[in-house]
Design a protein around this ligand. Sequence first.
Ligand SMILES: NC(=O)c1ccc[n+]([C@@H]2O[C@H](COP(=O)([O-])OP(=O)(O)OC[C@H]3O[C@@H](n4cnc5c(N)ncnc54)[C@H](OP(=O)(O)O)[C@@H]3O)[C@@H](O)[C@H]2O)c1
Length: 258
Amino acid sequence: MTNTALITGSTSGIGKAFADKLAQEKIDLILVSRDAAKLDNQSKELTCKYGIQVSVIAIDLEKPNAANKVFEAVRELGLSIQLLINNAGFNEYGSFLKTNLEKEKEMISLHVIYTTEMMKLFLPDMVNNGYGRILNLGSTGSIIPCPNDAVYAATKAYILHVSKGINAELKGTGVSITTLCPGSTKTEFAVKAGMENTLLFKFFVMTPEAVAKIGYKALVKGKTSVITGVYNQLMVLSSKIIPPIIIHSITKKMLSSE
Ligand SMILES: NC(=O)c1ccc[n+]([C@@H]2O[C@H](COP(=O)([O-])OP(=O)(O)OC[C@H]3O[C@@H](n4cnc5c(N)ncnc54)[C@H](OP(=O)(O)O)[C@@H]3O)[C@@H](O)[C@H]2O)c1
């Protein structure tokens, strides 16, 4: 059976690294993001380099009904997917008193509603076929609450929590859901959010290729969750041992742009 993977947010950063990694593994791809021209170039490049089949869907995933449209587009392509990587995301960073509510609602739509809808739509076929792998993008913020980035971290906490719950329901079906929790990673993410000068993005920043490699291994093995890199693992571990008041003050400093 040929494997086909659908990757959202494939045109940049971690999603792009996933597309490259899966293409190297000779997995056919359906690439999803907003920029049709970037998707076409990426598709041509990967087809030419790896001889795989690449389809593209250009769509804004924050908009209502986006998941249904993606599901229908996959049906129209006559494809079924075995691997689903819900990676597209962004950060409306800053103190809660200053952040933009409309942007936060878009972020909640993309991270929370869209991810949930995608699992609701694609899981039944995977379960019927007895095989499927879903990887959802969390963050170390899925585990550690983040002052100065509270809503973003809360959306990522939802992703980890819902994924773990559904994954436990799926035991024995051949289908699993993995949550990938990266710390700071060198992509366009921090620059778009205006947080590239925070301490968080000054030290122990990983490459998207290293993050995707860890994620792919965990996805194939059907692991429940994975935190990328020893530094991030230690940070999460200490957040469970050190009193919350101290952890919150350290996190606030690391996420401060002043
Ligand atoms: N970088 C980090 O430090 C870090 C840490 C932890 C977790 N993460 C998570 O990792 C994931 C990937 O982020 P990244 O760092 O690779 O960021 P990135 O370089 O900014 O890439 C984001 C990708 O998502 C797509 N995207 C964003 N909004 C979209 C929308 N509304 N509809 C369709 N596509 C959309 C973008 O394409 P278009 O804009 O062209 O549509 C792009 O391909 C996100 O979920 C992020 O929260 C990142």
